[in-house]
Design a protein around this ligand. Structure first.
Ligand code: BG6
Ligand code: BG6
Ligand code: GLC
Ligand code: GLC
Length: 917
């Protein structure tokens, strides 16, 4: 009895002594809770640094955006290939994610070796090898004939700007293939796969193993928002709020961040806790100075740390009677699996003896106890350190969500965590102690990270399919150079038809004589009133022209024309106009003054003289009754008479294109074309009298108002008109009319965009498939909004804000699509304008028999003025289609009112001369 007690006493004394001895030796490796909390705080600061745009470049913890934006929602399905590369084992898999909400995943996989000469050899050989394994897998599984999307789990730090890309920042763990760092791993692998002509694989997603793990676990537990790997290496990812991620545009929702916490301390932040053993291990590693936190924690290093410690202790005579074996001297001889075995609850001591004996040592009982305790300290420190960084992440999540208590799940994988008998328990316990206000469930990823990678790939493949649908729609708006040439040619034909006597009346491009026969010569002078009706604004102006110095002073006032007046009766419209004139005269203190008036009236009119203009038909947003077929000057005169307050001398009626050409012609005599890209679309130009068959004279020139907005009304543009153009036309005030205008001008571009957005939404590609009331509202996309949305200077967030102001509740992804749609529509418009303009300059060049034509175009209109790319694309197109014309576009700064006044001045002078005769 006594002997038994004595024995027990001896044993526990022996154990206690050994433990004390090791504790003393490894004093520095035992971390108090105070230290752990301190490290946790440091890591919180590191995460912040990694997330900041300015601080990220120097941050050691890189906090890499993964472009994985949501955990699985169960709707994922399909068949995928998957590669799992970078952990202790390389696997190729086929993953079948089940149909319709059945949440079933089937996997077939095969392991392939990763020989050192491959993973530390040449980069291209490494990728060839991976591609070979993939091809082999596909062959043996009979998958060669299938085109399958592939998700690549690549467990190294990669900088991503999209899901299907990853620039390797550095190799870690035991990998070090040459020439891969700083290159895109996805393209490298794609290139290698392409060499296999018999397989067709599309890499849709690259994910880190932590991300795969999180997604795997989240498939079963929707609370999972953290993924941790404690295996060969260590790392964690978690779902971060987008508005905290400076490096990625957008502020909506969350994105998974791969922290790459293994590099924590690489900037010296952990020097106070690193020991001489850590430093020695680091020096002997493949990447000295790098991944310092990982080297204190993960499976690749724990065994080696133990070996270094044992060797030191043996050297100090604290173990094995001071004897060392050559195996103990050899790097890598103790592995993590040995550490795990030595720490086994029951067999641990026996295992220790066996392992040490295998290392050529002759351990005593005391040695075994001591070595076992070394292992405990090393692995405990590992769990402690992991707990600190994990606790920091959990705290961040809780704070992001502004919660007092966080309930969450952490998905975990990695051999160290899986095979070490005490590790999980220890880790959980410390985490719970460090963050008592988090209820954490730890979920072991049973099926590795590929199931999660397949989820990501499934989402990516859905996105890709959607992308194809969107591209299909946008492609309808892309015109080839041939198509543009064709438009140019057809426009030219229509010009000729409009000018010829026999075809004039039926021509869709009306080519209306304006009775404006010359450009201003600088001698014009006087004080004029001008009206400017038909663009975005109705304006009344007073224009003072002084001769000689070509100086013009203008005073103007903008008046609104309410919709009910625009579309009421003609009398109401003209009464309203006269009312505005009265207000203006009053405002200018000109009551009773009898001034000559020039009337810019921006609608197609048949003129028989400069002051006679019969409205052919309304265009754009006007539809007042009893006006078509009437002389607009008469209607204005009658309205003035009805009011009986003042008299005005209406001298000239001009189209806005003509006013614009004149305005610009006042500065540049070479300006012989006027172009409007505004609410409506139109062009005028100076034509040789002899080409205008309607008029008798053959001498000189006259300005022709082409009214090209009606181009296409005979169906000649039907090959490029889309269903959206047709919808816009059908919903307009003048269905079937002004087809070219409806494809090009400000009043309609927004409508085309709206029709496309409605269609994309119906297809479930936008606005979560919900067509809102706002989207149903005609006219919400005014030209100014289109122009703002397309501005390059605008960040995505601002685009989204504009859309939200328009009442469109869009996500960032939606905003990208809306911007693309706007771009496609406005680009086509600018190109069509270019084709029209090319047609006229080429005609002018040929008519004059010139090799080269030098000509200036005066331009006005909100589309041209506000849109960020319109003018550039227009000019590029003209250059392309009319290479022998040097076309200079100048912007009319003063509107067409000035031009109208100049025309009035000339007409007045002629009137006077006529009278004097
Ligand atoms: C596996 C995952 O289960 O664990 C891998 O499928 C991951 O993606 C690995 O890299 C990590 O553990 P280890 O121990 O293999 O590095
Ligand atoms: C103005 C002219 O500057 O531009 C108007 O003065 C013209 O005469 C108008 O109609 C065209 O642009 P928008 O965009 O206002 O239709
Ligand atoms: C290394 C890699 C990291 C990976 C981890 C676990 O730390 O850099 O990307 O997640 O190992 O495999
Ligand atoms: C419409 C009108 C036209 C005008 C153009 C620009 O096309 O019919 O006369 O020039 O809009 O405002």
């Amino acid at each position: 009895m006594f002997a038994v007690h004595l024995m027990a006493f001896y044993c526990s004394k022996l154990k206690e002594d050994q433990i004390k001895k090791v504790d003393r030796f490894l004093y520095h490796m035992r971390l108090s809770d105070e230290t752990l909390l301190d490290i946790m705080a440091r890591f919180q600061a590191e995460m912040q640094k990694g997330l900041g745009k300015d601080t990220n470049p120097t941050a050691s913890v890189k906090m890499l955006p993964t472009f994985v934006r949501a955990i699985p929602d169960g709707s994922e399905n399909g068949e995928f290939l998957s590669l799992d590369f970078g952990g202790s084992k390389f696997r190729v898999l086929k993953v079948q994610v089940s149909e319709a909400g059945k949440r079933k995943v089937q996997m077939e996989s095969q392991f392939y070796p990763t020989p050192n000469e491959i993973i530390r050899g040449n980069g291209s050989e490494l990728f060839d090898y991976i591609a070979d394994c993939l091809a082999d897998f596909m062959k043996t599984r009979g998958l060669k004939h299938k085109k399958l999307p592939l998700g690549l789990t690549f467990s190294f730090p990669c900088r991503q700007t999209k899901l299907e890309e990853g620039i390797l920042l550095s190799w870690t763990k035991k990998f070090k293939a040459r020439g891969v760092q700083d290159t895109d791993v996805v393209s490298c692998l794609t290139k290698a796969i392409r060499k296999h002509k018999d397989i067709d694989v599309d890499i849709l997603a690259l994910v880190n193993d932590t991300v795969g793990t999180m997604m795997t676990c989240a498939y079963d537990d929707p609370y999972c928002e953290v993924g941790v790997i404690i295996g060969t290496g260590t790392n964690a990812c978690y779902m971060e709020d987008m508005n905290n991620i400076d490096l990625v545009e957008g502020d909506e929702g969350r994105m998974c961040i791969s922290t790459e916490w293994g590099a924590f301390g690489d900037d010296g932040a952990l020097e106070d806790i690193r020991t001489e053993f850590d430093r020695e291990l680091d020096l002997g590693s493949l990447n000295p100075g790098k991944q310092l936190f990982e080297k204190m924690i993960s499976g690749l290093y724990l065994g080696e740390l133990v070996r270094i410690i044992l060797l030191k202790m043996a050297k100090a005579g604290l173990l094995f009677g001071g004897k060392k074996s050559s195996a103990l001297h050899t790097k890598g001889k103790i592995e993590t699996r040995h550490v795990a075995a030595m720490e086994k609850y029951k067999e641990g001591l026996a295992n220790t003896r066996e392992i040490l004996t295998d290392l050529g040592l002759e351990p005593s009982e005391a040695d075994c106890i001591a070595v076992q305790h070394v292992c405990t300290i090393v692995s405990f420190r590992s769990a402690n350190l992991c707990a600190t960084t994990l606790a920091a992440i959990l705290t961040r999540l809780r704070e992001n969500k502004k919660l007092v208590r966080l309930r969450t799940t952490v998905g975990v994988d990695g051999t160290l965590y899986k095979i070490h008998p005490q590790y999980p328990k220890r880790l959980h316990k410390v985490v719970r102690r460090l963050v008592p206000n988090c209820d954490v469930r730890f979920l072991l990823s049973e099926s590795g990270s590929t199931k999660g990678a397949a989820m990501v790939t499934a989402v990516a493949s859905r996105v890709q399919a959607q992308r194809k649908q969107i591209d299909h729609v946008l492609a309808l708006f892309r015109l080839t150079p041939e198509q543009l040439k064709d438009v140019q040619g057809k426009m030219r034909t229509e010009f000729e038809n409009g000018l010829r006597k026999d075809t004039h009346l039926t021509a869709t491009v009306k080519m209306l004589p304006t009775y404006v026969c010359g450009m201003p010569d600088g001698t014009e002078k006087g004080k004029f009133l001008a009206l400017d009706l038909g663009g975005t604004n109705f304006r009344v102006l007073l224009v003072k022209i002084r001769s000689g110095r070509r100086s013009v002073r203008m005073y103007n006032k903008i008046f609104a024309i309410p919709l009910e007046i625009m579309q009421g009766t003609g009398e109401e419209l003209f009464d309203h106009i006269v009312q505005c004139i009265a207000d203006f005269l009053d405002y200018m203190g000109l009551k009773g003054a009898q001034l000559p008036l020039g009337f810019t009236f921006s609608f197609p009119c048949r003129q028989t003289s400069i002051d006679k203009a019969t409205l052919i038909e309304w265009t754009k947003g006007f539809k007042a009754t009893d006006c078509e077929g009437e002389d607009m000057v008469d209607m204005l005169r009658e309205a003035i008479k009805r009011r009986n307050e003042f008299d005005l001398d209406i001298v000239a009626v001009v189209n806005d294109t003509v006013g614009t050409m004149m305005t610009c012609g006042h500065e540049d005599p070479n300006c012989e074309i006027g172009l409007i890209a505004g609410t409506g679309s139109n062009m005028c130009y100076m034509e040789e009298m002899r080409n205008i068959e309607l008029l008798e004279e053959d001498e000189g020139k006259m300005c022709i108002n082409t009214e090209w907005g009606g181009f296409g009304d005979n169906g000649c543009l039907d090959d490029i008109r889309t269903q959206y153009d047709k919808e816009v036309d059908e919903g307009s005030l003048n269905p079937g009319k002004q087809r070219y205008e409806k494809m090009t001008s400000g009043m309609y571009l927004g409508e085309i965009v709206r029709q496309i957005l409605i269609d994309l939404t119906k297809q479930g590609l936008l606005f979560r498939g919900q067509i809102s009331e706002r989207l149903r509202t005609r006219g919400i996309f005014e030209t100014k909004f289109l122009s703002q949305i397309e501005s390059d200077r605008l960040a995505l967030l601002q685009v989204r804000r504009i859309l939200q102001q328009l009442g469109l509740d869009s996500t960032c992804e939606d905003s990208i699509v809306v911007k693309e749609v706007c771009g496609a529509v406005s680009r086509r418009a600018a190109q069509l304008y270019g084709a029209g303009l090319a047609a006229i300059v080429e005609k002018r060049r040929e008519d004059q028999g010139l090799e080269y034509l030098n000509i200036t175009v005066g331009v006005d209109g909100t589309l041209y003025k506000l849109h960020p790319h319109f003018s550039r694309i227009l000019q590029e197109t003209v250059k392309e289609l009319a290479p022998r014309c040097d076309v200079t576009l100048i912007l009319s700064e003063d509107g067409s009112g000035k031009g109208a006044a100049l025309i009035t001045a000339v007409a007045k002078r002629l009137q006077q001369a006529q009278k004097e005769k």
